[in-house]
Design a protein around this ligand. Structure first.
Ligand SMILES: C[S@@+](CC[C@H](N)C(=O)[O-])C[C@H]1O[C@@H](n2cnc3c(N)ncnc32)[C@H](O)[C@@H]1O
Length: 251
C-alpha cells in the first residue's frame, strides 16, 4: 500500500480557497478575523506545501508527538495521520470538513485532530493547551504582522527539542521573522528546504526553553546599539567642531 504522503502528492486534494479572481480577490483578506467561515460556494485549489517540504515534514513526525499548525490542508492530513494529537488553527470551516472527509476516505481515524476555527490572531486569545508542542508549522496568513504574531503565541508552547517550521520565507513579512530567529540563541536553523526557485521552508530546533527578552540583550538589536553609539559620537564631534569655530570667530 502507498504511504499517505505519496497518495497526497499523487492526488493533490484541493483544500484551499481559490483567490485572485472575481469572487475572491484575496483569501487572506476574506479569512481575516473570520470565525468558522462557510466557504462552500467558493472554488478550491491546492496551495499545499510543495513536495520537498511535505516530505521533510513527514520525516520529522512520529506517533507520540503533540503538534500544531496555523493554516490547514495537505499538511493537516499528514499531521493527523501520524501524531498523537494535532491542533490546526484555520477559520475556513469548509476546508476543515473536507480535510476530515479526506482522512476518513483513506481509512484514518481523526479523533486526534482538533480544529480551532478562528483567524489565528483571535484564536490565541482563547487558546489554552496544557501540553507542550513537539512540532509547529506556521503557514497561515502570510501578511505582516501575522508571522510574528503566530510565532509569538506558538513559541510559548515550544520547549528545548521542539521543531518550528516556517513556510514561505521568500515573502518579506515572513523573512523578517526568520532574520530574528536566525540570531536568537534559543533557536537553531537545522534545515532550509528550497522547493523551487520560489518557495522556501525553514525548520528550526528550539535549543533553549526561553527566548531572550530585553531589547539590548537581543542579538537582532546589536546593530541598533552600534548605530546609536555612532550617532552619539557624531553628535559630540559636531558640537566640538561648532565650539572650535565659535572660538576662532571671536578672536
Ligand atoms: C498556504 S495555505 C496552507 C497550506 C497547507 N499547509 C497545506 O500544506 O496544504 C494557507 C492557509 O492559511 C489559512 N489562513 C488564512 N488566513 C488565516 C488566518 N487569519 N488564520 C489562520 N489561518 C489562516 C487558509 O485557510 C489556508 O488554509
Amino acid at each position: 500500500m502507498d504511504k499517505l504522503i505519496d497518495i497526497l502528492l499523487d492526488e493533490k486534494p484541493a483544500f484551499q480557497i481559490q483567490s485572485g479572481n472575481k469572487d475572491v480577490a484575496s483569501s487572506e483578506a476574506l479569512l481575516f478575523e473570520a470565525s468558522a467561515l462557510d466557504t462552500s460556494g467558493l472554488k478550491r485549489t491546492s496551495a499545499a506545501l510543495p513536495e520537498k517540504s511535505l516530505r521533510y515534514l513527514d520525516s520529522i513526525l512520529s506517533p507520540g508527538q503533540v503538534t500544531i499548525e496555523i493554516g490547514g490542508g495537505q499538511s493537516t492530513v499528514l499531521f493527523a495521520s501520524k501524531v498523537k494529537k494535532h491542533y490546526c488553527i484555520n477559520p475556513d470551516h469548509t476546508a476543515n470538513v473536507l480535510i476530515r472527509e479526506y482522512l476518513e476516505s483513506k481509512g484514518y481515524n481523526h479523533d486526534n485532530l482538533v480544529f480551532i476555527e478562528e483567524s489565528s490572531d483571535l484564536a490565541y486569545l482563547k487558546l489554552s493547551m496544557d501540553e507542550n508542542i513537539d512540532v509547529a508549522l506556521l503557514d497561515g496568513n502570510h501578511s505582516f504582522p501575522f508571522p510574528m504574531v503566530d510565532w509569538h503565541y506558538v513559541n510559548k508552547y515550544l520547549r528545548s527539542g521542539s521543531y518550528l517550521l516556517v513556510d514561505n520565507v521568500e515573502i518579506t513579512a515572513v523573512k523578517i521573522l526568520t532574520e530574528y530567529l536566525n540570531m536568537e540563541p534559543a533557536y537553531r536553523l537545522i534545515k532550509r528546504v528550497y522547493d523551487s526557485s520560489r518557495y522556501d521552508c525553514y525548520c528550526y530546533e528550539k535549543i533553549l526553553d526561553d527566548v531572550t527578552i530585553g531589547w539590548k540583550d537581543q542579538c537582532i538589536n546589536q546593530t541598533t546599539l552600534a548605530r546609536l553609539s555612532l550617532r552619539t559620537m557624531a553628535t559630540k564631534f559636531t558640537q566640538k567642531l561648532v565650539d572650535l569655530i565659535n572660538i576662532f570667530r571671536k578672536r
